[in-house]
Design a binder for this molecule. Structure first.
Ligand SMILES: [Zn+2]
Length: 260
């Protein structure tokens, strides 16, 4: 499905007239920043078995495996930069066209691009958190300590286990973030899904809820999704390209020549 200006112009018109446009982003949002979709070939889980939260709590071997995987992922993707898609979403928000970004991504690239209201359903890889006292610290020193000692780091304050501030398999999503995401979906009149196949929860349900409450649904993803048939517009294109095409039509004429 090539990018058609018709579709891009239609979405831009909806974006301009929306009172409460909300974006939902999945792994596909960050592939253009060099972070592979963890489910795709070459992705993290094609290579490793993820460490489940219960195993992390129960076993020293599992905690070490967890930290080994985190160190490798951090070395590979720790320097990733926001791409043009991240930047456009931040611009739309500051122009008052976008209310919030709900994301499954843990890479912090929306915030790095300048987005203000970002709901991280799966937490963030940019911090380490103590499972006992919730104290947070920077990842690098902990990873250096793990590489040096080979044992899983513990909290300096309370001795609790330290873990990336992300949601592991088998671990509950943060309730407050989830509640806010549902509320945003219910209130939105335009819900844009970017780079998610809408397979897992709550990714599958948020767009459905938005639609049931009267929102227009736009899906931009590399692959088809189960909700394409119910969407008001579908684009199957690289996200940067698709968002740039929409952006072209979304801003006032006087501003368009500034776009490089
Ligand atoms: Zn602690």
């Amino acid at each position: 499905m090539p990018i058609t200006n018709d579709t891009a112009a239609r979405i831009a018109e909806w974006l301009r007239s929306a009172r409460s446009a909300v974006v939902f982003t999945g792994a596909g949002m960050s592939t253009e920043s060099g972070i592979p979709d963890f489910r795709s070939p070459g992705g993290v889980w094609a290579k490793y078995r993820p460490v489940y939260f219960q195993d992390f709590l129960a076993s020293d071997a599992a905690r070490c495996e967890y930290w080994r995987q985190k160190c490798e992922a951090h070395a590979q993707f720790g320097t990733a930069q926001p791409n043009v898609g991240h930047k456009l979403l931040a611009e739309w928000e500051s122009a008052g066209q976008l209310r919030a970004v709900i994301t499954q991504n843990i890479d912090g690239l929306h915030q790095a691009a300048g987005s203000q209201r970002v709901l991280e359903l799966h937490g963030t890889a940019l911090a380490i958190e103590c499972l006992s006292c919730a104290r947070r610290c920077e990842p690098e020193p902990m990873m250096a300590a793990f590489r040096e000692t080979g044992s899983a780091p513990q909290c300096e304050a309370c001795g609790g286990w330290l873990k990336s501030a992300t949601v592991s398999f088998g671990q509950a999503l943060p309730e407050d973030v989830l509640a806010e995401a549902w509320e945003l979906a219910r209130q939105s009149d335009l819900f844009l899904v970017l780079g998610s196949s809408l397979v897992v929860e709550p990714a599958a349900s948020l767009p459905r809820v938005a639609r049931q409450h009267g929102a227009r649904l736009v899906i931009i993803n590399r692959d088809p999704t189960e909700q394409d048939a119910t969407a008001d517009a579908v684009m199957r294109a690289p996200l940067g390209e698709a968002l740039a095409a929409i952006d072209q039509f979304a801003r006032p004429m006087s501003q368009s020549p500034q776009r490089a």
